[in-house]
Design a binder for this molecule. Structure first.
Ligand code: ADP
Ligand code: ASP
Ligand code: MG
Length: 435
């Protein structure tokens, strides 16, 4: 059995959906995980934003426009009149549900249910397309098996038990379609695995079933050595280890959800990144033992805030760091980078939801300074910190930019450097030129 995940970019148009159907139409037993069509989740977020602000007229207009786009997709996707009609009814049903909130009260629970509509629609449309073409398949509702716990972490035991139970109902079927991204939380409400979470769904499903391979299909031929949105002449990395891929994904490589490597690593299942637009390209294989030599890739994480706590009196005292970290822990805010000196400690965060509260509490321990608008560059390669010369090359490439923080030695595979966001693009280009 394999898991094949197709992202929004692979489902951007009716034509692309048809290409996906071609890719999966063979005898191999598989679970196909689909995201929403490209752009849908962004628009649904804008709609929920308007609904929260009670801008119901604007929300209604956006809902209507999105529904019209989907009706065009329906028309292009199906040939048979019966399927065109079925598709239209399906779209009307989902959009009537979304529209109901322009008249009713709207809460955070309903927001998540609205965000789930993208994946519910794409999978139903796709499954009907397979039925129209007599391709035997089962639509497996992710909401029946994908669940997160109180800490918003996947409930692996529940996922495995319930997924296996669902699959047992269809022992003669080889092709299952399910939704990425969406899940239930511990209260049974509809929730999600955060933006880009379909990769994570695929990996969790793959790990639960201990599949042979997890494939992530997107619009580019594998994991590139640098961010192709900012740098020209990037190229796909043929092999990455789980740790290298996890570092790059965590530090901003959009091609993979940051948490998606871990479940695959735990069960030692290889992850193959493939291009839907060019299926014969080899892509990237992420697996254990794929270490290789030298610098393999660079990624960039946006929207970083640095918090500096300056305190001559307390820094050397034991227990000081614990108190500082407890403040972040109590606001469930992860820290990405840390540096210390005799009189100050600086940390970075990318979630500013509780920034004001965190600063207020940290003020008890010293003077607090906050700097916004930074990015973390992350340079990754197997054992690069132990191999001579790489750190010099990195600094040579960055000699024209002001560096605010460096993290070296936290992992053997990663050098992280904090710079101003205005330097992001040029710093990425400079690193690419050098390597
Ligand atoms: P999907 O809809 O398939 O999930 P995403 O947009 O989430 O697709 O991810 C694919 C995109 O990630 C690519 O189109 C590319 O622009 C971007 N990207 C960023 N960094 C990298 C990288 N290092 N390698 C490949 N793609 C990257
Ligand atoms: N549709 C969701 C998003 O846009 C999940 C995903 O694409 O992976 O974030
Ligand atoms: Mg994605």
């Amino acid at each position: 059995m394999k898991v094949l995940k197709f992202g929004g970019t692979s489902l951007e148009t009716a034509e692309r959906m048809k290409s996906v159907a071609n890719i999966i139409n063979n005898e191999e037993k598989k679970i196909v995980v689909l995201s929403a069509m490209s752009g849908t989740t962004n628009i649904l977020i804008e709609i929920t934003d308007k609904l929260h602000k009670k801008e119901n007229k604007e929300a209604a207009e956006m809902i209507k426009n999105l529904e019209l786009d989907y009706l065009t997709v329906v028309d292009e996707l199906y040939t048979d009149l019966e399927y065109k009609q079925k598709g239209k009814e399906l779209i009307n049903y989902h959009f009537d549900y979304i529209s109901s909130f322009t008249r009713d009260l709207f809460s955070i629970h309903e927001e998540r249910a609205v965000l789930a509509q993208g994946e519910l629609i794409s999978t139903a449309l796709f499954h009907n397309y397979l039925l129209e073409h007599k391709i035997n398949s089962v639509l497996l509702p992710a909401l029946n098996f994908m669940r997160i716990n109180t800490n918003t972490e996947p409930d692996n035991y529940y996922i495995e038990e319930n997924l296996k139970r669902e699959l047992k109902k269809y022992s003669d079927c080889n092709l299952f379609i399910t939704q990425g991204y969406i899940c239930r939380n511990m209260y049974g409400e509809i929730d999600n695995l955060k933006r880009g979470g379909s990769d994570y769904s695929a990996s969790l499903i793959g790990a639960a079933l201990e599949v042979e391979e997890i494939q992530i299909w997107t619009d580019i031929s594998g994991f590139h050595n640098n961010d192709p949105r900012y740098v020209k002449n990037t190229y796909p990395i043929p092999y990455l280890s789980f740790d290298e891929a996890a570092e790059l994904a965590y530090f901003g490589a959009k091609i993979l959800h940051p948490s998606s490597v871990f479940p695959a690593k735990l069960k030692d299942i290889q992850v193959h990144l493939k291009n839907t637009l060019n299926p014969s390209e080899p892509g990237t294989i992420i697996k254990s033992g794929a270490e290789g030599k030298g610098i393999k890739g660079v990624a960039v994480k946006d929207g970083i805030t640095v918090i500096k706590i300056k305190s001559g009196r307390m820094l050397l005292a034991y227990g000081f760091m614990r108190k500082v970290f407890e403040v972040f822990e109590s606001y469930k805010t992860p820290i990405d980078m840390i540096t210390t000196s005799e009189i100050a400690v600086s940390v970075t965060i990318d979630n500013k939801t509780y920034l004001n509260q965190i600063v207020t509490e940290l003020n008890k321990y010293g003077n607090v300074e906050v700097n916004d608008d930074m990015v973390i560059l992350c340079v990754v390669g197997h054992n690069i910190i132990e191999q001579k010369g790489y750190i010099n090359k990195v600094f040579e490439a960055l000699k024209n930019f002001s560096i605010r923080m460096i993290s070296f030695g936290g992992s053997r595979h990663n050098i992280s450097i904090l710079i101003n966001s205005i330097d992001k693009k040029n710093a990425l280009i400079s690193l690419n030129d050098l390597f």
